[in-house]
Design a binder for this molecule. Sequence first.
Ligand SMILES: Nc1ncnc2c1ncn2[C@@H]1O[C@H](COP(=O)(O)OP(=O)(O)OP(=O)(O)O)[C@@H](O)[C@H]1O
Length: 771
Amino acid sequence: MGQKRARDPKAQVAEANKRKKAVKSDAASSDDYGSLGVDDLNWKEVAMPDRMDDAEGFFGLEEIEGVDIIKQSDGGVQFKAKAGKPTKSIVKPPSEDDGDEWAGFSDEDSAKKSPATEKTPAATEVKEDKKSKKDKKKEQNKAKKEEQKTKEQKPKEQKPKESKAAQSQSIKAALSFAALDDVEEDDGVDVSAWDGLNLSPETFTALSKMKFSSPSAIQKASIPAILDGHDVVGKASTGSGKTLAFGIPIIEHYLDQRGKQEEQSDKPEKNKYPIALILSPTRELAHQLGKHIGELIANSPDTNARVALITGGMSIQKQQRQLATADIVVGTPGRVWEILSTGTGLIRKMQKIQFLVVDEADRLLSEGHFKEMEHILNALDKHQAGDIADMDQEEEEEEPSNRQTLVFSATFHKDLQQKLAGKSRWTSGDMLDNKESMEYLLKKLNFREEKPKFIDVNPESQMAVGLKEGIVECPAMEKDLYLYSVLLYYPKHRTLIFTNSISAVRRITQLLQALQLPVFALHSNMAQKARLRSIERFSSPTANPSSILVATDVAARGLDIKGVNCIIHYHVPRTADAYVHRSGRTARAGESGKSILICAPDEVVGVARLAGKIHSKKAKKADDSNGPSKKIPLESLDIDRRVVARLRPRMSLAKRITDSTIAKEKVNTEDNWLRAAADDLGVEYDSDEFDQSKGRGRGRGGGRERREKEASELSKSEMAGLRAELKQLLSQRVNIGVSEKYLTAGRIDIDALLRGEGNDAFLGHLDPLTF
Ligand SMILES: Nc1ncnc2c1ncn2[C@@H]1O[C@H](COP(=O)(O)OP(=O)(O)OP(=O)(O)O)[C@@H](O)[C@H]1O
């Protein structure tokens, strides 16, 4: 079995002499070494992954093969070589480096250090008087800032301050994909706008490097409240920086506690515990939260906080080990509970967290995650101590937790918002019996204060300021055609298309692939690696700027993909909140973007209701000024009918190819299933006979089945013919009201054409959409 350990230079320092002695004596003795300690082993560093989709948990681990674990009676572990393996193969060889590396640290150093190590553990620190702590911090910060200012006046001299080794360490210790980018030093930007938030110099440096010159409204309002120890419920529009609104205070707390953590670093790792648990509704969002906070850590000098990602689709054992040594845990409720409930001491650690963050709270506290959330919250507060092997009587009597609860979202159900804001009363009495209610979970969040601070920075509108919203009305059977038209109208737009079903994601992806567009799929039935790969291919800076991602609502919340210009709702979202979150994948961090709803006639009423909910104030104003109006407050996009007509032949070819491919896949799956069932029964399976007996092609649903069957029966050569025909059509520009023979007819701006401007898909003058 391969074993892994975290690479911690501080622990190495503390263990230096022990290790040196062990290695020396090991090397001197025979092959019979007996059991070995963790630092006697010849650990090998795990290479950084090349791609984001290979990223799991910590980087910077070390691993070793061919080792058996020997459990000690005191709960510790020792190691020995697996049977048949010479012990020498697992023992760290004595090297000159060893001597050089550790020569500078004497026994005296560690002796000096030990009293400090015995100081009050970090857990008790949180109970320190807030005021005196704040004053102390202010003084420290002032001193540090002065120091930083002096250094900033001499930027050139300051550069080497952070050695390459220190940089690489901070990168490895944190989960950061940014770390994969160039780690060249950067001058950064002026971050004086963050003054007044009482941040550490480390965070100032990180913000400067990340080029975040000023805090967003939610950051400005939430950070001081969280640093002051309040529970916070934060509401702000999509893409407005909510992650760092809670991420920065968590790192500030980590930096505050760091001294003590360092002093504890020569203690067994099992005495370490995380400071924060951040829960998110989807795996992708959890990965992104980890990445974003990881970037903050990686850019913050000498900050080695470890972020553990606990999501489904990855190895449980690995995540258990990561969780055991993490500073910040980010995860989805299902997997977090799965791991906590294994009874390996992790619940005890998690009970010591200082921050519980519930991101996308309205989603997490409702459908889908209810049970796991309840289990986690119970475990954190030990309500079900008897049920969990991990907790013993003694611990049940511990003091209640002192953690802060931070709840964030862009949307809160009205009811939830009222309750969180303290504007409506909790239903008392039977609440604990009504265990399915959101109220029940809310109560279980166990805020430390009676009323959390409710911070709503966008009470007027939930939509991002730079977002334009439009609607394309079209016949129900022509949505594909209109979708394709919109995509061609907006070349070089990174576009995210939302549908309401997995099968629609599959079909539209294949259809657009047949039309030779750079398209990827994302839905919850895909393997985790494939999901991450799709996101990476769609979003990487080197990806095609016209790339398209077709997704279900699994991508609707929280995903922060740079440079998404356009959102298309192929299906009308089921709820107003879903519309807000989907549209929020563009126009992020002050950028602009478009959200376009493709709407069939029978969807108009639903859309009007939805838009009315989202833009209630706007709709009301329009109503007040124009009298009663049912007008949808979204801009109507007029797609040129000629364009649609010219695109129709391509679309019908692409549809035949796609339908045939899907029907073939379906028939194959069905056939395989029937064949297997027939095998099990020990009978012959004849697909034609089965079709006849089933009466395929007759009765209800027969038409669809017949079409599917016909489509699946297209021969290889027929398919090849269709593909060749489509390829030929796609190789030509769509001719809009002009013949190529008459290029001089005045409908074409030849100069613009020569300059390579205009819309490459069309020949002739195309009126751009005024949107
Ligand atoms: N102060 C800042 N200045 C500039 N950009 C920022 C700042 N803070 C965060 N950002 C950037 O803004 C983007 C959106 O941030 P984030 O993902 O935290 O938004 P959010 O409010 O959580 O959105 P959602 O509601 O969709 O989850 C990120 O790319 C982040 O890097």
